[in-house]
Structures are given as structure tokens and as C-alpha cells.
Design a protein around this ligand. Sequence first.
Ligand code: ADP
Length: 551
Amino acid sequence: MTEMVRKITLSRAVRIMQNLFPEEYNFYPRSWILPDEFQLFVAQVRMVKDGDPSWKPTFIVKPDGGCQGDGIYLIKDPSDIRLAGTLQSRPAVVQEYICKPLLIDKLKFDIRLYVLLKSLDPLEIYIAKDGLSRFCTEPYQEPNPKNLHHIFMHLTNYSLNIHSGNFVHSDSTSTGSKRTFSSILCRLSSKGVDIKKVWSDIISLVIKTVIALTPELKVFYQSDIPAGRPGPTCFQILGFDILLMKNLKPILLEVNANPSMRIEHEQELSPGVFENVPSLVDEEVKVAVIRDTLRLMDPLKKKRENHFPDIYTDRKHRFPPVSDRMPSSQLPVVRSQQLTKPLAAKEDPSDSEPASASDGNTDPEAHLPSICLKQVFPKYAKQFNYLRLVDRMANLFIRFLGIKGTMKLGPTGFRTFIRNCKLSSSSLSMAAVDILYIDITRRWNSMTLDQRDSGMCLQAFVEAFFYLAQRKFKTLPLHEQVASLIDLCEYHLSLLDEKRLVCGRSGPAGGRPLDSGSPPDATPSAPPVEGHPPSCTNSAPKAAHSRHTLS
Ligand code: ADP
């Protein structure tokens, strides 16, 4: 996960999605990877400037793998990039700077939201109902050559602003330099802002970002955890950093795999002398996130389910007294109190009311407040599944990887993929396939830092897949070309699997068990014809969904 959310990897993952779904992924600023794309950056900026001389952009340069504002600086022109020496050793992302952020009390601020990735396959995402808002400590002005280096005006990092003389520690969650996000929403609501829409846009941003990250995450995952066997129950709390623009559009700044869970802050008692004091805002938000993550992931809940699977599956039957079911000597080491209300544990408690211990409720969670983590996926899966094309490509990629532990596809694996999916033809010979493999793989391997094993990485496979899709389904928009090719591949592979099953050979073509990760409707029932894609449920038109507000 740490690898996935590095600035360069995240930019690459989002860019693939921007190529497929430009409108849906316009919440991430246009970015270039340095040093590889320096020339491209210069050329694209020049091109836009030539077309519109009034365009006076600002860019922000962020070192890859950096955090807490470390090494970040603003520039007005590509020639200001500090290329000398440093970039080769420390790659970076250069990004369009959002010049018109929403201001409160004349200050720029960002939002830290906590997101629980409860499971990768099937995908389960929860969002904490409250987050933090971290404020700059110098009134904001749009960037100009004189203020570019004013970090307390442009960077919202707590770790930087805490060192400003203007940082305000507050006992209230709605004032000071760090506040709850809910207090910001309240304030916006009192000014007539449609905060349901803001929240809904943020949920969309989170789901779409996770959808961009999961394909490669799956490749990492399968290299550690054998397919077909239940792996450890992994979960991850992610910290999403989001900026609201003046027009209230949320912009993704970055994702943190290891967000700080500190609930204290430093206070300067006398110059240079700091003391840790409890922070009400941090405590209110973070304790709830950790407590409720543990409630959702509770391993005892799993144990209870394993010991008494029948009572969890048949919701109509009330659980009989434990003593009626088995002798006390055989009771599992679970307190009887935890067994008395097992059905509630199976339900998604995210929308439940706070339970009270005084009403005779013996639920072990009775004394806890209602859960702060809200499930957003699979809850909104229908609206977002059409975006999961790269996920389906990753399933194909993993299927042909072969040996466990690898993350790169060898030339034979790629050939087998082409053959099994029947992609070669008179106009695409196997020799051309080999050249395609060598070309793309060589380019990607020279770009990526990971030189551990040779072969084709997922992004290179995605690029090759785009190329094949564009050749085959010429006149369609890219996402339809790609969806059609995925349908075609899945169709041929399912035929092959059926054939092998009939012949009594277990396991799918490519030697791996069938993926369980594809959305249920991913397997096509008929092959797509060139130029005429089948009515693919996963590539359903986007606009119909995006108008709805997610609550
Ligand atoms: P770090 O991991 O070092 O904190 P971030 O990407 O979060 O790096 O950037 C640090 C700060 O810079 C953010 O908190 C935000 O205030 C500001 N920032 C980052 N990217 C942009 C951008 N594209 N437009 C405007 N402000 C940005």
C-alpha cells in the first residue's frame, strides 16, 4: 500500500483512469512525472500558453515519497524546476497548483478524511463520517512571484504550520488552526451551501481513487498470498487529503498509507521548548476511527461466526441459550455476553442508532456510540462498477502471471494471453506481438524504479491492452474499445475453462484458479464483434449515474 500511494505511483494510476474516463477523474490536478516527463511538461505548458497568452499558471513540485510538505515548492514556469542533480536521485511530481481554494477566515485549509479499506476482494470501502480540517496560518493570496515561497500561506501541512507564530490551538473543535470537518460543513450549511452535494462529491472522489489503486494492489497482494486460499484478513486505514475549491469541487491532493494517529499536539511553552498536550479535535476524530475499525474487523466476530455458523446464516432463528447447545467444557473462549446477540454483529452497523446498556441490551457494543464508519462500497457499487475496467485487466494479467510471487509478465505469459484470448490475426502476427511486448516492456522498465525482476509490469500490460483495443475496435471511444476487448478476452477464457472442465482438467487456462474479483456481471455471454461492442454492463453510460447524490 505504501508503494501504491507514493506520489508517482498514484499519479500514474489516476492517469490511466483519466485516459479512460476523463470527466470522472477530473478531481486530480494535471500532473507530470519528473525527470521522465520533463520535456513533455515543458512542451504541453508551452502549447497551452501559445494558445492562450493570458494563462498564467502556477505549478507545485512535490518529491516522490515525501511527506509533511518536505521539499515542496511552487513555480511559475517550467524553467524554474530545480533540475540540477536532485531529480535523478529524487524523482518528483509536478502538478497544476489549485489557485482558487475555498477560504475560511481568509485562510486556505485542507481536509483529512479517514478511509477504511476493509477488503480488497470483494472491494469494501468505509469512510469516517468526520475528518480534520487543517488551516494555513497566513492569509491566502493567489500565487504571484513575490509570495511563492510563503509556505504558511500555500501549504496546509500541520507539521509546517505548527511552527508559525500564528498557529492557534483551540479547545473548541470549530475554531483554531485544526478543526473538525463537520464544523466546516456546519458553517457552510449556515451560509446556504448544499453540503449533501459536497459530501456526495467527496464520497465519489474516494471511491474512484480506490478503484484506481486496487488493480495494482491486487497484483502486489497475489504475489504474497496464494490464490484460492483465504489469506490473512488485511485491512488498511488510509488518510485522504482533499482540497475544496472556491466552487466547492473537491480535489484529491494525496493519499497516505500510514496517516498519523497521534492525539496530542506540540505546544511551545517558551521559545524552543515544546510540550505534548492532548488535542480535542484529534481525539474526537481519530479515536472513533480506530475504535470502529476494530469493531468492523473484530477477529472475535469471525471466531463466533466460525463456531456457530448456522445461527449467522439463519436470521429467523433466535440463538438458544449457549448451555442448551453444548456442554460448558466445550464452550469457546468467548464471553457469554458476546454470544447473546450475535445477529447484530453480522449486520452492517454503520447506520445503527447508539445502543444503550440500560435498556436490557446485552450487545457487547451496547455501551459504544454509533459507528462512525460509513460503508460506501459495495453500497454504491452499481454507480461505480463501470469504472472498474483496469481491475478486470488486472485479473487477466494475474491469470497469466504464472509462478506465485511474480508481479511481472514474461514473454511466454504474454503470448499465451494473446493466444488464449484469440487476439492474433492476419493483421497481428505473433512476431508483431513479440515486438509489442519488447517495446513496451523495455520502455516501462527504464522508467520505473523497481528493477527487481524483468518482464512486463501491470501498467505496461495496460498500455499494450489499450493498443490492442484501439486496433481492434477502431471507431469507438477508448473506454468502449477497452471494455469490448476485455469482454472478448473474458469470453474466450470462459470457453476455454468450460472446455477444460469437460475434458476433466481442473483450473483455468493460464494455470490459475478463476478470479473471484471480477464484478458478477463481468463474464460476457456473447463475443463482441469488431466495431460493435456488446451491451456491456460494466461500460454503462456514466452520465446517468453521476447526477445522483450519494448520501
Ligand atoms: P505532503 O505529502 O508532503 O504533505 P501534499 O501533496 O499533501 O504533500 O502537499 C502538501 C500541501 O501542499 C497540501 O497539504 C496542500 O496544502 C498543498 N498542495 C499540494 N498540492 C496542491 C495543489 N495541486 N494545489 C494546491 N495546493 C496543493
